[in-house]
Design a protein around this ligand. Structure first.
Ligand SMILES: [Ca+2]
Ligand SMILES: [Ca+2]
Length: 71
């Protein structure tokens, strides 16, 4: 099953993984899940790839977390 945000088809903002218009702890939690195993479509994957290197991994999580100061 692929995660599809509520507002599919709109322009994604990098880091705003659930596409609700803000980057917050919910996006951080989603990014964690994507890294672990959650399948997502290419638009969501793009939004989750914070540093834009084509891979969604722990580096993106750290970058997003540091922006959110969650750690
Ligand atoms: Ca968001
Ligand atoms: Ca990345």
């Amino acid at each position: 099953m692929t995660y599809t945000p509520d507002y599919m088809g709109q322009n994604y903002q990098r880091g705003d993984i659930n596409d609700d218009g803000k980057v917050d702890a919910e996006d951080l939690e989603l990014l964690r899940r994507i890294i672990v195993s959650m399948p997502v479509n290419s638009a969501v994957r793009w939004a989750a790839d914070i540093n834009g290197d084509g891979v969604v991994n722990a580096i993106d999580l750290v970058m997003l977390a540091s922006e959110q100061r969650c750690f």
